[in-house]
Ligand binder design. Sequence first.
Ligand code: SF4
Length: 327
Amino acid sequence: MTQPLTPNSSTLPAMQQAVLAWFRQHARDLPWRTTRDPYHILVAEMMLQQTQVERVVPKYHAFLEALPTLSHLAEAATADVIRLWAGLGYNRRAVNLQRIARLIVSSSGGEFPRSVAALQQLPGIGAYTAGAIACFAFEQDVAFLDTNIRRVIRRAWVAPEDMPPPTPDRVLQQLGAELVPAGQGWHWNQAIMELGALLCTARAPTCWQCPLQPHCRSYAQWRTRDEQLFAAPDGMAYPRADQPPRRRAAERPETPFVGSNRYYRGRVVSLLRALPPDTHLPITQLGVQLKPTFAADTEQAWLERLLHGLHRDGLIVVADGAVRLPR
Ligand code: SF4
């Protein structure tokens, strides 16, 4: 049984204040930071799950302009929601988002659940998204983990002598809950996420700019390993990183995305999005539109499996030998 870790109570207040002060000065101006509307927060969090901030910002504005309230989303044609999702990828999120909206509208007249436990009952909402909505919409002092928060907590508060890596999420979650300053959960979680996104990055943490540096456990460790150090702009030596440097794009192998199942799922949805509303596409025409070399005798079973998966996920409707977006 892993023992819980506790933050050092003599340094915690200074670390909290340093992070909050840094955030006040350096926070990016992101549209979901100026609202407490749970619907807007939900849309942002669903979009941010697998898409970068820069790509999300314009899509977030366009989505909320078209569907400004939870009721608008619940009542929209699913095809329109899928069309609005174009450019974000992982289209299943659009269908899940609408399922959530329809459930909240039908079960509680559009009143959002407020507790983390109740939010986690919604389809497609995990511990992170539930915590983010509870915190960013309802300003609750809750802790939750995403990639950035996990990395910052682990580096700043967990030394290898405390617990050999990797630190289990359960331990980080318990530790994270002790870090949240009372009454400042919104600012704290935003700040830690921002610090992980801008300074304490996976491969090149810029410790010389970091407000946590005076008390950071990893920084203290790295300082003792000379080979990890390099000269920073302020003339001091800092850790290079605790992970190998990222290879330049030209050196990286091609990601095998084109030709993958996900690629063809996206292609089917894109083809249907481009059709006028309520238009069907015969399956006999779909194969060659997906692959110019499509051979029905050997690839028909693959195509049917692909369409079955999309149908099961609510992204398309397969009926009478044709496919269309759901109404
Ligand atoms: S001092 Fe460096 S390793 Fe520590 S939290 Fe800051 S950026 Fe991350």
